[in-house]
Design a protein around this ligand. Structure first.
Ligand SMILES: NC(=O)c1ccc[n+]([C@@H]2O[C@H](COP(=O)([O-])OP(=O)(O)OC[C@H]3O[C@@H](n4cnc5c(N)ncnc54)[C@H](O)[C@@H]3O)[C@@H](O)[C@H]2O)c1
Ligand SMILES: O=C(O)C(=O)C[C@@H](O)[C@H](O)[C@H](O)COP(=O)(O)O
Ligand SMILES: [Zn+2]
Length: 339
């Protein structure tokens, strides 16, 4: 399956399938790849880094710059990034800043990076517990989603992706939401046809939002941040995988929407049940200091403008609004998911 999306730097090719032609993207390529993964372009110079959230650091960014400098990369070079969402975020930041921008091809190797991180151009590193504090918007030239990589994913990592997939259905596409509810068992069994559908539909939904508001300045792309106001506040404090934190965030923010008179209680419980059916958490048990730190982290949400956080709230399945919420109100959403 293939499609293209348009943006400020041109057009990005998106391919979803099994056993992709990596060699077609090898011209003047250098590779940034996660430790433990098989390099799809073995003839190209490569930098190997340990994957996972810790790679989103200024130290790792400097290592990538040093690698690009030492291999003589220039503006005709293509950086091919092979890894999970954390490594792809680092690669986007590096490619978007080295010589003020070199070509980037994303090869996502987790389901979450396939359905979300690889597309849309958000690159960043973390700053202590603050997620994605420093980064860029920089679009890749191509995104190669090869479902073969999914075969080796640990169960917890695999399931974490479904928070982002459910996000698309809950906030933007009721028909996809219903498809998900009907196909949980096939997706948990990693059935290829169901997986290809979930990845392709997720990416089409995300691409249409990015085309409408690439730099998140028109109040449209905020929707892709559903669940992330609370999610980012708890993710690093509680050592959750990103998808797990977003799952908790989607539930917390659904309750907040209901409290504001939008979502019906029955729908909140239905969304919570879908998230649970993917084996994802819907509540957390922080200590007092962790809860305090989570409240503090809300202030570093990039959707905040002055005294308000501009939160995307689901008002009914497939529909959302942008709501001005004071950080202390957003913090109240935490109480719905703390036990
Ligand atoms: N830029 C965006 O639009 C965007 C969107 C969603 C998430 N993200 C970011 O992505 C990160 C989460 O991404 P993730 O869920 O892929 O987590 P991750 O990158 O931390 O990877 C999870 C684990 O899986 C391992 N792994 C990767 N590929 C594997 C494979 N094929 N087989 C076995 N193990 C493999 C990694 O080494 C790591 O230990 C977060 O930092 C989040 O902020 C960014
Ligand atoms: O692409 C987007 O826009 C998103 O918000 C996608 C999110 O799933 C992703 O986690 C993103 O990195 C969060 O962005 P941030 O701006 O909150 O750091
Ligand atoms: Zn996310």
């Amino acid at each position: 399956m293939r499609f293209y999306y348009r943006h400020s730097r041109g057009v990005t090719e998106v391919v979803v399938g099994k056993g992709l032609p990596y060699g077609d993207y090898a011209e003047r390529a250098v590779v940034l790849i996660e430790e433990g993964l098989e390099n799809p372009l073995p003839g190209a110079p490569a930098l190997v880094l340990k994957g996972g959230e810790g790679v989103k650091s200024l130290d790792a960014l400097t290592q990538v710059y040093k690698f690009l400098y030492e291999v003589g990369a220039d503006r005709s070079t293509t950086l091919v990034a092979v890894g999970g969402g954390a490594l792809l975020d680092l690669a986007t930041f590096a490619a978007g800043t080295f010589m003020r921008g070199i070509r980037l091809v994303q090869v996502p190797t987790t389901l979450l990076s396939m359905v979300d991180a690889a597309l849309g151009g958000k690159g960043a590193v973390d700053w202590g517990h603050v997620k994605n504090l420093v980064g860029v918007f920089y679009q890749p030239s191509a995104i190669l989603c090869d479902l073969r990589w999914v075969e080796t994913l640990p169960e917890r990592v695999y399931r974490s992706a479904f928070a982002e997939v459910v996000k698309y259905g809950v906030a933007l596409d009721g028909e996809f939401y219903n498809w998900l509810r009907e196909n949980v068992p096939r997706l948990l069994r990693r059935e290829e046809e169901a997986l290809e559908q979930a990845v392709y539909r997720s990416l089409r939904i995300k691409a249409s939002v990015v085309e409408a508001d690439e730099f998140e300045e028109r109040g449209i792309r905020n929707v892709l941040n559903v669940g992330h106001t609370v999610g980012h506040a708890v993710e690093r404090v509680l050592g959750l995988l990103h998808g797990e934190a977003v799952a908790v965030g989607i539930v917390a923010e659904a309750y907040l929407s209901a409290e504001m008179g939008y979502l019906k209680d029955g729908v909140v419980e239905e969304i919570k049940a879908l998230i649970s059916s993917f084996g994802l958490p819907t509540a957390v048990k922080p200590g007092d200091s962790e809860l305090e730190e989570a409240r503090r982290l809300l202030l570093y949400d990039k959707k905040r403008r002055g005294d308000y956080i501009y939160m995307p709230l689901v008002v009914r399945v497939g529909r959302w609004v942008l709501e001005r919420v004071r950080p202390e109100e957003a913090a109240k959403a935490l109480r719905y998911v703390v036990y």
